[in-house]
Design a protein around this ligand. Structure first.
Ligand code: NIG
Ligand code: FE
Length: 400
């Protein structure tokens, strides 16, 4: 079955050789892009379905390469504490933060968590996300981490939602009855083997930051995860330079995220090791932390992605909002910002079937956004309203 998308205002393919094209049409066959053609004449008498996009612009589907999808409750009350000058770690020390969310998440049934996850994925899709990396990490015991992973995996099979890469993040924090030493032991001897047996996770992630998992604990967990066949991701240098970036380079992890305090020489070492840096500007936006500067990183041609970091402390599932932060507050161009949430995000978060995504070209998965505007730059220019008119999701045309 073929579908032809024509009458495109501007087509931003993100394909390096032919980035912006005017007047071409996209031919979709099953779940892939078959070709990009000059004329649709040859299809007019065929049984192909023609979709007139009304002069609107088209960009690739966004890839959200860092998302803590499944948790319950909220922590909006913590904003008062931030206004009184309390830091993220102080709020966690007062019983807020991740632990508060673990308690509210453990109290919900699988069915409730499934419905929460479904709603969030629909919001993400409405905002143009066609692929999401979804972490566990609010269970913090073998039983509850497996439960969260299983919810993520049930969502994988549902229709009309973004596709999912599932990440186990049991090493996110510790419950009050444990120390980081005892919990790391438990992860290595019990939780990780159970996760591997379950085959519910594709990646492992660790919150490697002073006050959370140490360099040694992170290394032990990550090496064991790699031996078990998982891809590796890290949270590093979010609040201070804690040496996480160096470990990321040493282990050649797929992506080292936050990384706002990583020194330049370590960023270069990460680049040389093939590690993508994952910037998450939503987090300093919500925390009121020092604003990251991406200029030096761009000048050094260090490849970086951007993602939502959706979590109770960063409540957004909108990639266009993240793009808007980068464009309006960092002076990044809409093109460079789009590269971060498509091409670079695809490098850190490939599809498990290895079909190319984050780009509109022959053979790639047919994931693209038809924008409300005829200008492709509009993707990041309306942060409080979705810029997306309709979507082609793995070959299916979805109108909102
Ligand atoms: O990436 N920093 C660690 N994890 C999350 C926050 C989790 C939370 O506060 O609930 C993040 O920002
Ligand atoms: Fe995160």
């Amino acid at each position: 079955m073929r579908t032809i998308f024509h009458n495109i205002g501007s087509l931003q393919t993100m394909n390096d050789n032919s980035s912006i094209t005017i007047g071409k049409s996209i031919v979709v066959k099953d779940n892939r892009i078959e070709s990009i053609v000059e004329s649709i004449e040859e299809f007019e008498s065929s049984d192909a379905k023609l979709v007139d996009v009304g002069g609107r612009a088209i960009v690739p589907g966004f890839i959200d390469a860092h998302n803590h999808l499944i948790w319950a409750g909220d922590r909006f009350n913590e904003h008062n504490l931030r206004m009184q000058g309390h830091s993220y770690s102080e709020i966690a020390g007062m019983g807020g933060g991740i632990m508060q969310t673990v308690t509210s998440t453990r109290g919900r049934s699988d069915k409730e968590l499934l419905s929460i996850g479904r709603t969030r994925l629909s919001e993400a899709l409405r905002n143009g996300t066609t692929f999401v990396e979804a972490k566990s990490g609010y269970g913090l015991s073998t039983e509850h981490e497996l439960r969260l992973l299983s919810v993520v995996n049930q969502l994988k099979s549902e229709k009309n939602l973004p596709s999912i890469h599932s990440t186990w993040m049991g090493a996110h924090a510790v419950t009050p009855d444990q120390t980081y030493e005892s919990y790391t032991e438990e992860i290595l001897s019990e939780q990780l083997p159970a996760v591997l047996d379950s085959r519910l996770a594709e990646s492992a992630d660790v919150f490697c930051e002073p006050g959370w998992f140490s360099i040694e604990q992170s290394e032990d967990i990550l090496r064991a995860s790699r031996r078990g066949g998982l891809d590796l991701r890290m949270h590093v240098d979010e609040f201070v330079d804690g040496g996480g970036g160096e470990l990321a380079a040493e282990l050649n992890v797929m992506t080292a995220d936050h990384a706002h305090h990583t020194p330049m020489e370590v960023r270069i070492a990460m680049k040389e090791a093939g590690v993508i840096t994952g910037f998450l500007p939503g987090t300093p936006y919500f925390n009121g932390d020092q604003w990251p500067d991406f200029n030096a990183v761009q000048e050094m041609a260090i490849p970086f992605s951007m993602a939502t970091d959706f979590n109770p402390n960063c409540y957004t599932n909108s990639i266009p909002f993240i793009g808007s932060l980068a464009v309006q507050r960092n002076g990044m161009s809409p093109y460079d910002a789009l590269y971060c949430v498509t091409r670079h995000a695809a490098l850190s978060t490939p599809r498990s079937d290895r079909i190319e995504h984050g780009v509109i070209k022959e053979g790639a998965i047919a994931n693209f956004n038809i924008l409300k505007s005829r200008h492709w730059e509009s993707w990041c220019m309306s942060p409080s309203n979705s810029p997306v008119h309709s979507i082609c999701l793995e070959g299916e045309y979805i109108e909102f």
